[in-house]
Design a protein around this ligand. Sequence first.
Ligand code: ZN
Length: 331
Amino acid sequence: MFSFSSFLATLFFLEFLTAALGHFQLPIQHVLELGLPPLTLRSQATGFNFDLEKALPPASSTRTPLRSVLSTDGSCATFHGPGKECTANMEVVSLLFEDCGSQFRVCRCSDANMTLDTAVDRLARVPIGLRRFIGDVMVLGGVTHAYTDLASGDIHFFGDAQMDTWIHEASHAFDFALPKSPHSSSVPWNTALSRDSCATDDYALSNRVEAFAQASVMNIYILLHSGHTPPGFQSSCMSNQLAFLNELQLYNVTRLFGNTCAINDLLHARRVQGPAVLDATRTFQTVPLDPPLRTSAALANPLFNFRYGKSIWKWSGVMLSSFMFTAVCIL
Ligand SMILES: [Zn+2]
């Protein structure tokens, strides 16, 4: 028997993505602890082999140290201290990007692999239309992985999380901006999955939520590269997934890659105040295509494959309406 309290939860989505070694990464186990069934689609690759960092221009920002936040604000303090994610010192800064009047916050543990400059640079490269859904950003040490608190949009990055991981996690924050009706739970998204024959990669096969986030990364790559998929990938076998995404207001390129987070699209973004001054030069521009892979067999080479993972779902705090989600909550 399900109690009413079992409906209430904070949604956590935890996933371990990769351990980076130079240009490739070591596989770690792919485990789903709970919840949604894996997909039966064909995977196009064991992971993503492209780098979005150069394709995404960073927004400049100004930083303000926040020294008192640890004692007054739970979002960072909760994860700082003995036995917590950060046992070393934690540096907290407020960021004001040139394309948004609402401040962002980055909490960096002093033993983190990414420097503060690196973390701020990668956050700054997340397109503003997507960045506005992100809550606080935690930057931590350890094996490379990341997770998103789906209720708050807070993202925790461990190790040296690459740009596609930042886009992937931000896409979760967007997907669950309305926690009771995520896009990845919608009938059209699941219809799209049922009509397609492939997903982006192995990680997308975890479930429809991961497929959404990975397809979001792929779609942003395609938008930046004049409609071309990354080398070694095809769009035809996942055309319904891409068509679904491009029907969403988020992927309007003028706004997604624009110069302001003040977008009145009713998507429940967390940062919606426009900057004091709009930079007219921050407009959408495509980038040169990546060179093709030398052989079609290259993707089968594990040295080309970047992402592996395991995911753990924890649910507490958000009212979930479907029986399936309720079952997930009490497992
Ligand atoms: Zn994910």
